[in-house]
Design a binder for this molecule. Structure first.
Ligand code: GCV
Length: 721
């Protein structure tokens, strides 16, 4: 009987394998955008099989071995057959080689093109060599070859033609980093995808295969650095046993071109060094850091450097000793300089009392311009407050001519619906990068500050606070993967449009069916604006729950610091709503160039997306639509919910185009998103109505709960806190 059952099971299994389309086989999301499923378009598959017949790579280094493994894995999967190695070039050989190691490359590719490709850029070229039609993937270094291989596989995964390939691509930015906020106990601050993937307890001896898959994923989008630990740092990571664990991770990441960085707790010389002070101008402290750097580099020769949060939210820093941020950053910079290390010193400061938290970073950092060592970057969050759904760009961008400023985006969705909302962040990141600071006339975009071109800085970079945990699909919400993908792609080339990034990601993550691609793209491209509308429309900001930051709490007013409270930010009263940051208010607008200031300073002219960021506006103020501000607020909140509902309906049309596991995952999450969008809308409008004293227009569905109900909701175990 048992035998019969197993035979039936086997037959059924074979049936499923043969007759269920590949796109419908259950997938748990672990493979990210590197799934390499057989090409499902017969014409394309035939073209690929004809154009690519074998692989020619001499795996002369760990990086080239990684390139070879990836090319084999990718091509074998996509073409549905095992490709042979071509030791001698044949028609259809894919040759991946460092330029200097092959005289074929120098015959086919000009010196100029190679020179302009730099250390990481790659070239992919169709060529005829010794009468053989081949494809060359090359660059000046091993890592450039690996990047080229990943790009080549992307071409196949997105089902583009392989005819006449002539591609050259180099990164826009030098440092392309993930910043993990992972604690040593594996809790991830603001993490919504399980525990940290770093298992510190079993490292260095146990090397989870997942570490390599993590490195592959990063390299596939050009991410070349990871800061492993929380910026609210624990000095213990700088002790010998932990450094050995870090070295084990560094060794796994190295072939993939990824350097490790650590967060440095400023008081480490006291906590683990037994000194009585951490004063940056003290000789013993300087000695201690320089010895610590020596120790780190003896274990990890390519250690990237330190990321530091100091004198912010209670973290120790140079100000504890009457010194400034430059003194602190330079202390660490001098320690790592002999090894070409760098320091990323965060500008998210939070200790000085100002009449507007918006202004603090600028007030503390701008006066220090010119005082930082050459190997220091100041890392600035995209907006002046804290990763809100929409922020104007931070006024520091453009304000520090002599200091390289690194962009810090947040991938993890602390304020963007956390683990349950689908929000594609590319449009939000692009909005900031494309913003014009006007500090050197028109065209001085934030992107040009960040890439160093505006003020001629050679050191430049972009970081994303990671959204990764040990959930099987890495990011908890499947679409969180798209934000990880986006960070890499934008740091490599910030000219890519959100649409292009979404298109690539969808085709690789799901499949290339036209209906699926266009539907998911619509969902992704509308998701950020939808979320802004149902959470914080018209420039509202920081009105979320205390501590865990989950859900709305615009009423919250009982935290010890005024600038922790939502009421500080929205300032609703019987006259109106919004924060006056013009010269009649906090005058934060003065931190921008005159052009930007003029653009925002008149409430009649101000882009309404930012209206309540800069103005306290009467409830009866007439908006561009002809509606009053109150009516517009209602309209926005309601349209945000409608947009979320539309996203849900659009997804539900894809039942036959996505495997059941991922379809259901999204179906349930989108239902939560709609429910929570309604929660945000109702809670916020009921609360603000207490000031406007105006009705929610009767054409809209009316809130079915009271304000008290929403105020009484509690979430003691919300994740990430
Ligand atoms: C790591 C916000 C978050 C904190 C985070 C901080 C920062 O305040 O809520 O969890 O701390 O930003 O960026 O340092």
């Amino acid at each position: 009987m048992k035998r019969v059952v197993s035979d039936i099971t086997k037959t059924a299994g074979i049936f499923i394998l043969l007759f269920v389309p590949a796109c419908l086989l259950a997938e748990d999301g672990y493979d990210l955008w590197l799934r390499y499923k057989i090409v499902n378009d017969a014409g394309r598959l035939a073209h690929y099989r004809q154009t690519v017949t074998g692989i020619n790579i001499n795996a002369a280094s760990p990086t080239l071995l990684a390139a070879k493994e990836e090319l084999e894995k990718g091509l074998n999967g996509l073409l549905g057959k095992k490709l042979p190695e071509h030791n001698l070039l044949q028609n259809g050989s894919v040759m991946a080689v460092k330029a200097a190691a092959s005289d074929i490359v120098s015959r086919v590719i000009s010196k100029e093109l190679l020179a302009s490709s730099g250390k990481e850029g790659f070239i992919i070229r169709s060529a005829v060599v010794r009468n053989k039609r081949i494809i060359i993937i090359t660059g000046n270094t091993d890592i450039s070859v690996l990047y080229g291989v990943f790009h080549f596989l992307r071409i196949l995964q997105t089902q583009q033609s392989l005819a006449d390939l002539a591609i050259q691509s180099s990164p826009s930015l030098q440092l392309r980093l993930l910043n993990h906020w992972d604690n040593l106990d594996r809790h991830v601050e603001r993490g919504y995808a399980g525990f940290s993937i770093w298992n510190w307890h079993t490292l260095p001896d146990y090397r989870d295969p997942r570490y390599k898959d993590y490195a592959r994923a990063n390299a596939s989008v050009g991410i070349n650095g990871v800061s492993l630990t929380n910026v609210n740092a624990n000095a213990m990571v700088l002790t010998r046993p932990y450094l050995e664990k870090v070295a084990a991770l560094a060794a796994i990441f190295r072939p993939y071109g990824i350097r490790v960085y650590l967060t440095a707790r400023f008081s480490a010389p006291i906590e683990i060094g037994k000194l009585s002070t951490a004063d940056p101008l003290n000789d013993s402290v300087q000695h201690w850091w320089s010895n610590k750097a020596k120790e780190i580099y003896s274990l990890i020769p390519d250690f990237g450097g330190f990321l530091v949060k100091a004198n912010s939210e209670g973290q120790p820093g140079p100000q504890n000793y009457g010194r400034n941020h430059a003194d602190g950053a330079n202390l660490l910079a001098d320690a790592v300089a002999p090894y070409q290390g760098i320091v990323m010193w965060r500008a998210f400061v939070y200790s000085q009392q100002s009449n507007d938290r918006f202004k603090q970073a600028y007030e503390e950092f701008k006066p220090l311009d010119g005082q930082f060592r050459k190997n220091v970057l100041v890392q600035v969050k995209n907006g002046p407050i804290d990763f809100q759904p929409r922020e104007p760009f931070s006024p520091l961008f453009g304000a520090m001519e002599k200091t390289p400023l690194m962009m810090e985006f947040q991938l993890t969705q602390e304020y963007l619906g956390q683990g349950t909302h689908l929000v594609f962040e590319a449009p939000m990141f692009k909005e900031v990068l494309q913003a014009d600071t006007y500090v050197k006339g028109k065209g001085a975009t934030v992107a040009k500050v960040v890439d160093g071109s505006l003020y001629n800085h050679s050191l430049n970079g972009m970081a994303g606070v990671a959204n990764i945990g040990n959930d099987i699909n890495w990011t908890g919400h499947l679409f969180g993967q798209a934000n990880w993908y986006t960070l890499g792609r934008l740091a490599w080339n910030y000219e890519l449009s959100s649409e292009q990034i979404a298109d690539e990601w969808i085709r690789q993550t799901f499949n290339n069916k036209a209906f699926l691609v266009s539907t998911v793209k619509k969902i992704m491209l509308s998701s950020h604006e939808a979320m802004v509308s149902y959470m914080t429309p018209l420039g509202l900001h920081h009105i979320m729950g205390n501590g865990h930051h989950y859900g709305p709490a615009p009423w919250s007013d009982n935290l010890p610091r005024p600038d922790w409270n939502p009421v500080y930010y929205h300032r609703a009263d019987s006259a109106g709503i919004g924060f006056d940051r013009t010269s009649t208010g906090s005058n934060a607008l003065a931190q921008y160039s005159a052009e930007v200031r003029h653009r925002y300073e008149d409430p009649g002219d101000c882009d309404e997306k930012y209206l309540l960021w800069f103005h306290h506006v009467s409830w009866k103020h007439i908006m561009k639509s002809g509606r009053t501000l109150w009516e517009e607020l209602c309209y926005k909140y309601y349209s945000g919910v409608e947009q979320a509902r539309l996203m849900q309906q659009q997804w539900n049309q894809l039942e036959n185009d996505v495997d059941k596991e991922r379809f259901e995952h999204l179906r349930m999450l989108l239902a939560i998103q709609v429910k929570e969008a309604i929660w945000w809308r109702n809670a916020c409008l009921l609360y603000f109505q207490g000031f406007s004293k105006m009705p929610i227009p009767s054409a809209y569905e009316q809130p079915d709960k009271t304000l008290e109900y929403y105020k009484n909701l509690r979430f003691p175990y919300a994740p990430g806190n």
